[in-house]
Design a protein around this ligand. Structure first.
Ligand code: G3P
Length: 215
């Protein structure tokens, strides 16, 4: 499973890249608003750090607007993936962008029927939001299971990109289900590496090392 970082924070992205943890980056307007910098500037900076798919979201909500914005974003760098909301106008725009060879990440997916339509439209990635479903007492991972099962029955090229990841269990379950990608906040990437037994074991080894005779 590929791991993307879900962030617009350059320091976080650099640190995750240094860990060898990430294959790509996803952003959204909420994450970019936190940077205080213009969107195109942040996306261009990210493209210099990570050599992989970098999702940048359109703000238009009509087909022509999404296509036009998507074309402009795609011009920023060959690795840019145009993130499009899962609305009817978005699906129409995905179809046009796909026919032009522009990669798309269809976002804000909350149902298997939406994921089916995104694949039919030619989306490169579908982003189901597991954490936000969990927040509503629905089972986000069950949606991933459904989408993976549906896509596996047919000849769709669309990759399942698990989004709105909140904790390491989401990541492990995504990998067990065979999702192609999980996009993960930096905090959760750090949590993936941590285990109290590792920390306790290392502390003991370092303490005991002081008892080794010098020679
Ligand atoms: O980037 C989309 C998604 O990952 C957002 O996550 O935590 O805001 O639900 P969250």
């Amino acid at each position: 499973m590929k791991i993307f970082i879900d962030s617009g924070d350059i320091a976080e992205i650099k640190e995750a890249a240094a860990m060898g943890a990430i294959d790509g980056v996803t952003t959204n307007p909420s994450l970019l608003a936190k940077t205080g910098k213009p969107m195109r500037q942040v996306i261009t900076e990210i493209c210099q750090i990570v050599d992989g798919p970098i999702s940048a979201e359109v703000l238009a909500t009509d087909c022509d607007g999404i296509v036009s914005e998507g074309r402009q974003l795609a011009q920023l760098h060959p690795n840019v993936v145009v993130k499009v909301p899962l609305i009817v106008e978005g699906l129409k725009a995905v179809r046009v962008l796909a026919s032009e060879g522009v990669k798309t990440n269809v976002t804000l997916c909350f149902s298997a029927s939406q994921a089916l339509l995104a694949a039919k439209a030619g989306a490169t990635y579908i982003s189901p939001f597991v954490g936000r479903l969990d927040d509503l007492s629905e089972d986000g991972m069950q949606l991933i299971e459904q989408i993976c099962a549906i896509y596996s029955h047919y000849d769709f090229d669309t990759q399942v990109l698990v989004a709105s990841v909140r904790h390491p269990i989401h990541v492990v379950q995504s990998a067990l289900l065979g999702a192609h990608v999980a996009t993960i906040p930096f905090k959760v990437i750090q949590q993936l590496a941590q285990h109290p037994m590792t920390e306790a074991g290392l502390k003991k080894f370092l303490e005991d090392s002081k008892k080794i005779p010098q020679g």
